[in-house]
Structure formats: C-alpha cells, structure tokens
Design a protein around this ligand. Structure first.
Ligand code: MG
Length: 160
C-alpha cells in the first residue's frame, strides 16, 4: 500500500521531497538550518500510516474521476475540476490526516493552505488539465502532520 501511494503521488506530480520542502518552509522560523534530507524520514513515516494512505487513495481517485468526467454527477465533476471555492470537502478529507497529529497539525494546515508554498502553489496554479482539488490539501496535510510530529519530538527533548 505504501509503494502504491508513492507511485500514485508521483504519477500526479508529487514526490516526497516536494512535501518535505513544504515542511522545511513550515519549520524555517523554529529550525532555520533544517534540510529536506533531514525531514524526509518523517514525511515517509506519515505516509506509512494506513489512515493517511486511505486519504491519499480516496482523494486522488476523486480527482482522477473528475478530470475524466467519470463521476456519476456532472455538477460534482465541474465543482472539483474548477476547485469551486465553496466546496470544502477536500479540506475535510485532509483534516482526517491532521487529526492524527493533534492541534499543531491543524494550525499548520490552516497556515500552509493560506500561504500555498512550493508544490502546493504549483498544484493550485490551474495551468494543467489535471484536477488537483483533493491532492493539494492532502499534500498540505501530510506536510502539516510532519511538522507537528517534529515539533512534538523537539518538545519532548526539551522536557527530558
Ligand atoms: Mg483543494
């Protein structure tokens, strides 16, 4: 399942390194010297979780269904293909990932969703025929979850 998710993300233009770059962006303030290579194992550990894999599969399946106009409802296809502003279910699916990593992940997700750095901005640029309605939020949520996991790791270091 992990390999399938990595392959699926890659086929949609997302490498784990791209997600790690978003985590570096989130960590800049607290850890200015952190590198993509240091972050990568944490990103990988997030994608190894079953709930995260299910969110990846579900979100990308809906994106692909929409861009092929294969979802049973034409209006729903149009909503996803245009990334209609008042449609928020893509974010709700992403919350499912954030919820596994606590409130810091949710706060990070809100921030990254507004700023749209790195790959998230590219996925949002609407200059391809690929539907990224769910994918951009999934990528943001994985990055937010990884940043939260790192933050919690550091806080336990401080305590002990
Ligand atoms: Mg979206």
């Amino acid at each position: 399942m992990f390999d399938k998710c990595i392959e699926l993300l890659r086929s949609r233009g997302v490498e784990l390194e791209d997600i790690a770059e978003c985590v570096v962006y989130l960590q800049q303030k607290h850890h200015p010297d952190v590198t993509i290579e240091e972050i990568l194992p944490t990103v990988e550990s997030i994608v190894r979780k079953r709930e995260v894999q299910h969110a990846i599969l579900t979100g990308i399946a809906l994106d692909i269904g929409a861009e092929r106009n294969e979802l049973f409802d034409r209006e729903l296809c149009a909503i996803l293909n245009t990334d209609y502003t008042l449609y928020g279910i893509d974010e709700v699916l992403a919350y499912g990932i954030c919820n596994l990593y606590g409130s810091i992940a949710l706060t990070n997700f809100g921030y990254i969703d507004r700023e749209k750095p790195c790959i998230i901005g590219r996925l949002n640029s609407h200059d391809s025929t690929q539907c990224n309605c769910f994918l951009d939020d999934i990528v943001g949520a994985i990055a937010a979850a990884a940043a939260s996991k790192i933050a919690h790791g550091h806080s336990s270091e401080v305590k002990s």
